[in-house]
Design a protein around this ligand. Structure first.
Ligand code: CTP
Length: 399
């Protein structure tokens, strides 16, 4: 569940900081990438060396390293994280978080992070019971911060009561079940295509296109995050995809068709974001074509439309999503492809929208549903667009 997740662990100044060593070990063992931020108070209880060794990453203690001047970019750290876990969270840190105070790296990362935030409070029972702390916890809950409740027992002060940080194993169980609930597609299989196809002309040349594979990859990543087992069929140049279960690299439309046919039958959801060549050279020259006349004529033949082929084989319970890249009469063309290729959803990219289409990190889409609804979205990062596409898929997935 936590495999390949980027987790920032904030460790504050509490005796419970000693437990964070075990927590880091458990997170790393579960496959997470862990970066630790240690507050000044935290550093008095546990050394950066311990946490750096266990997390296999440098520990961040302040905005910059006074010796080297290297800057710890809090915005970058905040955006890197899939999850921010503050354990132990002291009364002081949670008061700062509740009021937006930002006087150390951890509070700056908290304000910059867009990911889910979890905190495991640790403090003495009277501090935990104080109305100020209660109000802060309530405020943080309103902001969406999830509290991993402290346990009861003997406290460092010698008193007994509620305020002990949850044990590392309990924190792990809590995180795992939270992730489980966020995985509505668990048990489902998804087939995703990404990138261009290259159609060989001779042993050294091909006909291709500018698709980067980023859009398909973002969809594959989002479906994986939602719990699906993703099979990615990737055209040439598609960037690495460490979190997908299975990846099949292909070059030509023919190879992509075969990989798709091999996996379509077992796919609950299929998203065809690849920019498949519509034509290929009718003959591939065995040897490199030598320069000769002033002009060279290549005869092209149609490739098989993979999406339409899958559409013709689709069973009722399967979902099929296609893309349409258009330059004119966008809506009419998209709707005709939705119908013709027997799709459930079609994602329209208009090349008339700046920032949309190939090569960019952004995209602007409109989604048409076979039940007649149309949703137009703003220009977004391809990750944001993938989330919108998957949200539309979720509305159609049977439970
Ligand atoms: N597609 C496919 N196989 C092909 C061509 C396209 O599977 N040989 C898929 C793409 O992955 C995309 C959708 O069809 O999901 C639309 O591609 P597009 O090129 O816009 O549509 P075409 O049907 O080829 O129509 P046209 O070229 O006339 O716009």
């Amino acid at each position: 569940m936590l495999q390949h997740k980027n987790i920032i662990l904030g460790v504050c100044g509490s005796i419970a900081a000693y437990k964070s060593a075990v927590l880091v070990r458990l997170l790393v063992k579960a496959g997470a990438n862990v970066k630790v931020i240690l507050t000044e108070g935290g550093e008095t209880f546990i050394t950066p060396l311990t946490l750096a060794t266990l997390s296999k990453n440098p520990v961040h203690t302040s905005y910059f390293d006074p010796e080297t001047g290297v800057w710890a970019n809090h915005v970058e750290l905040g955006l890197w994280a899939d999850l921010l876990l503050i354990a132990p969270a002291t009364a002081n840190t949670l008061a700062k978080m509740a009021t937006g105070l930002c006087d150390n790296l951890l509070s700056a990362v908290y304000l910059s992070a867009r990911c889910p935030v979890y905190m495991a409070p640790a403090m003495d029972l009277d501090m935990w019971a104080h109305p100020a702390t209660r109000a802060n916890v309530q405020q943080l809950q309103n902001y969406g911060v999830i509290t991993i409740p402290p346990g009861s027992g003997e406290l460092a002060s010698g008193l007994a009561g509620e305020g002990r940080m949850a044990e590392p194993e309990q924190i792990m169980t809590f995180l795992q079940s939270a992730f489980e609930q966020e995985r509505p597609l668990r048990g489902k299989t998804a087939l995703v295509t990404a990138g261009p196809t290259y159609e060989a002309i001779d042993p050294v040349r091909f006909i291709g296109n500018h698709s980067s594979g980023k859009m398909g990859l973002a969809v594959a990543h989002e479906l994986t995050r939602l719990g699906a087992n993703v099979v990615l069929v990737a055209g040439p140049g598609t960037p690495p995809s460490p979190d997908v279960i299975k990846r099949i690299d292909v070059r030509s439309a023919k190879e992509m068709l075969k990989a798709c046919l091999d996996h379509f039958e077992t796919a609950d959801i299929t998203v065809m974001s690849a920019a498949v060549a519509d034509y290929r050279p009718a003959e591939i020259a065995d040897q490199k074509i030598k320069k000769a006349d002033e002009t060279l004529v290549l005869t092209l033949e149609k490739t098989q439309d993979i999406l339409a082929t899958l559409g013709s084989q689709k069973r009722n319970e399967q979902l099929l999503v296609g893309f349409a890249l258009e330059t004119e009469n966008e809506e009419a063309h998209a709707l005709s492809k939705l119908e013709r290729k027997n799709l459930d959803l079609i994602v329209l990219n208009s090349l008339n929208d700046s920032g949309a289409g190939f090569g960019t990190n952004t995209n602007k889409i409109t989604i048409f549903n076979r039940n007649g609804t149309k949703s137009a979205f703003d220009l977004k990062s391809k990750t944001g667009v993938a989330q919108d596409i998957c949200a539309a898929i979720l509305t159609l997935v049977p439970n």
